[in-house]
Design a protein around this ligand. Sequence first.
Ligand code: GLU
Length: 304
Amino acid sequence: MDYPQIITQIATQVNPLFGQGKVADYIPELGKVPPEQFGFCLHLNDGQVFAHGHSGVKFSIQSISKVFTLSLAFQLMGEDLWKRVGVEPSGTAFNSLMQLEYEKGIPRNPLINAGALVVTDILVSAFQDPKAEILRYLRLLTGNDCIQFNASVAQSERNSGYRNYALGYFLKSFGNLHNDVEQVLDVYFHQCAVEMTCVELAAAMQLFSHHGVEPHSGQRLLTMSQTKRLNAVMQTCGFYDEAGEFTFAVGLPGKSGVGGGIAALLPGQYSLAVWSPELNKKGNSVLGMKALELFTTLTGRSVF
Ligand code: GLU
């Protein structure tokens, strides 16, 4: 397969889509990112890496961080994790409060904000310094000791995070947040404010395409079964209320973020990351989604 040629073709085909979406600005700091950027990185399980465009530019991973904190919490809690958070697609906005009331404080899934706050709460209970632990984990997965939070983005999230505060206190009222709400939110805002490049993100997703083995060290972090569950949650819940559309168009498990990044994988074969800041109305990167649809179509390699 001529991956460089395929990726170049994809970049050419998505280029006319610039201008169709909008950079997220509800977190003011994210609104400052120049829109016309497109990065793509394919990381094959045999170690080959094919990077294109702005694949070396750091961006805010935002909700993609939820997959990593989830995988860490799953290692700590095992199946008990699912007593505190469900595994059904939500069909509502990622920061919706409504469902939480109906479902008595058990979030639909760990990839919407309410569920992610429960996951972060688990890390706050488990670690003395959860922020340092998240960085340690991401540095291990990427093989890069420079992974950091962007302090201005974290502060901007805090200043504009009214809904996340509401979700945090709501969860607390149901007894599904065990720590101080402010402390959990501080960690949550920081995990969302982690910056990575497409190359780093694709490397970090190798854990899931390698069935739970971290390929740099050969360390097994998740069992086969745990990895299956996490990939299944990504497939059904990873793309806001567009998870069906993403599965239909692309056919890979993954996770998107409002920074414009999308990380995805094909178990046993590859992981990839694409980034372009302009989002569609559902919050997914316009060029990113199209690029991934073209990738699985042109290569014939998707879950389906
Ligand atoms: N930090 C963002 C929020 O909580 C994450 C949103 C996202 O990427 O889905 O609103």
